[in-house]
Design a protein around this ligand. Structure first.
Ligand code: GLN
Length: 511
């Protein structure tokens, strides 16, 4: 750094910047980890973390420092990260935001966790989330809400709410999240950060506490597309021995297209030739005007960079909500049947017989939203209703995927809002689950189709709250999504904006 450029404080630095500072030995993994752990404690009122283990973090940091001292280099070596609490970890408990798994300690690391650790990333802790990733506001966590750092009275989005809070509030340079129906993209949008849900199967689900197995996908959340690309490069790749649904596609370097113009474009107009489809269904009356205005202004930036915008149709968009809210609960009811109080998880203290032990254990430890979904899922899978609901939903899912394929014959990417509004007040939708389900309308279609989707900051809407722009690509086009997002971030500064200074005294439930 030159004498005129002040060194940013360690928590201000993103993944790439920290990696460079660690390589240059301007700081050490231990110093960065200590700084961020102190920050996590100072801002525990945000409810971002569910578990810290200082000893484990500092041991990982010391190991990274030893590798750096030995001359080893790598973009994540010594860089601290935190994981959503649905990814199992050996060194930290994994609760999935539920009393059912409170205190549970996995004997192994999830594949994405292990891959990041192999690159030398240091785990700071485990992040708050909706119980079993079921929710849109982090208000369904059994351990209290997480608070949006832009306005602590509002939700950070969900279910990866703690991940978005940690990154936006500069408690961690990046975090992992998982997205079943929007849980990476929507909290990224609500908290003004960047997040990408990869194509289904791109990241292994081994060690990801199952919610809806045909939809669940892990991905990175960070401040910029560049930082997401660095994480995703480590996280993605086949895992044939542990997740048979992981794609055989070889590992990729997701940073390789960053800064490159779109094929055939010039450096002056780097997005020339890129056709961005705008689904009419995403820009209609269901979306708040402030959100649409921000999204449109980000899109005109893309136009300025040479991209062409064209209207397209995704005619089954509305059907994504009923289809998803049948398929996801159906899979959840089956996946969550493993929590029977016998092998692991909560067991009721008193019961007369086996059946009562099951009933009590599950009634005591599952929260209301999880119970609602188990009931719904069991119902739609039951004999007599299976064809009417579950099978129909699967047929609609196929049609939604086909609509995307027809759209991609006219355009390279699809863009639109991530959510129809900015973040709402904590509690505003807790008692009205349907209103929360409806707010998933723009993220569910890509989830059902298994397509990659990225959310990046696109300015501010009502009450000066962040708004995200969603980019959806065809299968395995993550590198292209990141390329376009990066081009936009080279000419805009929405992703660098900081939430107002935090008061450590904000209300919330502590780990
Ligand atoms: N809000 C959606 C749900 O509650 C999505 C959650 C997710 O992606 N994990 O199911």
């Amino acid at each position: 750094m030159s004498a005129t450029t002040p060194t940013p404080e360690l928590h201000q630095m993103g993944v790439a910047e920290l990696g460079a500072a660690l390589h240059a030995r301007q700081t050490s993994a231990t110093e960065v980890a200590q700084h961020l752990l102190a920050r996590a404690h100072a801002h525990s009122g945000l409810g971002a973390y569910l578990a810290l283990n200082e000893e484990a973090t500092l041991a990982q940091a010391a190991a990274a420092d030893a590798r750096l001292a030995a001359g080893e280099r790598g973009p994540l070596l010594g860089v601290p990260l935190a994981h959503k609490d649905v990814l199992v970890t050996r060194d930290f408990p994994t609760s999935a935001g539920s009393k059912m798994l409170q205190g549970y300690r996995s004997p192994f690391d999830a594949t994405v966790v292990a891959r990041l650790a192999a690159e030398g990333a240091v785990t700071l802790g485990k992040l708050n989330c909706d119980e079993f990733a079921m929710g849109s506001g982090n208000d369904q966590s059994a351990f209290g809400p997480a608070h949006n750092p832009w306005d602590v009275a509002r939700v950070p989005g969900g279910s990866s709410g703690g991940s978005a809070v940690a990154v936006a509030a500069r408690l961690a340079p990046a975090a992992t999240g998982t997205d079943t129906g929007g849980s990476i993209r929507q909290p990224a949008s609500f908290c003004g950060i960047t997040g990408i849900k990869p194509s289904y199967g791109r990241c292994s689900r081994y060690g990801l506490v199952a919610y809806a197995s045909s939809l669940d996908q892990a991905g990175p959340m960070a401040r910029s597309a560049l930082d997401c690309a660095l994480l995703l490069t480590a996280m993605a790749g086949p895992d044939p021995d542990r997740d048979s649904t992981s794609l055989e596609h070889p590992p990729e370097d997701y940073t390789r297209l960053l800064g490159q113009p779109w094929p055939g474009a010039s450096a002056a107009q780097p997005l020339q030739g890129l056709r961005i489809g705008l689904p009419r269904e995403f820009f209609g009356t269901g979306c708040d005007a402030d959100v649409l205005a921000a999204v449109r202004s980000a899109l005109s930036e893309c136009e300025r960079l040479g991209a062409t915008l064209l209207d397209i149709d995704l005619p089954r968009t509305e059907l994504a909500i009923p289809a998803y809210y049948i398929i996801a609960p159906a899979e959840a009811s089956s996946n969550l049947s493993r929590y029977d109080g016998v092998r692991y998880g909560h067991r009721a203290a008193e019961y007369a017989d086996l059946l009562e032990m099951y009933k009590r254990s599950r009634s005591e430890a599952f929260g209301p939203e999880v119970q609602r979904r188990i009931l719904l899922g069991t119902y739609v899978l039951s004999h007599g209703y299976y064809d009417a609901y579950y099978l129909k939903a699967q047929q609609i899912r196929r049609l939604i995927a086909q609509d995307f394929q027809s759209a991609f014959s006219h355009c390279d990417l699809i863009a639109g809002p991530v959510a129809p509004s900015v973040a709402w007040a904590i509690g505003a939708k807790t008692a009205d689950p349907l209103s929360a389900y409806l707010a998933d309308i723009y993220t569910l279609p890509a989830s059902l189709a298994g397509l990659p989707g990225l959310s990046l900051p696109a300015g501010f809407g009502a009450a000066a709250m962040p708004v995200g722009l969603q980019l959806i690509g065809n299968y395995l086009s993550e590198a292209r999504l990141l390329q376009v997002a990066h081009q936009l971030q080279l000419v805009s500064d929405w992703h660098t904006r900081m939430p107002p200074p935090l008061t450590p005294s904000c209300p919330g439930t502590r780990p």
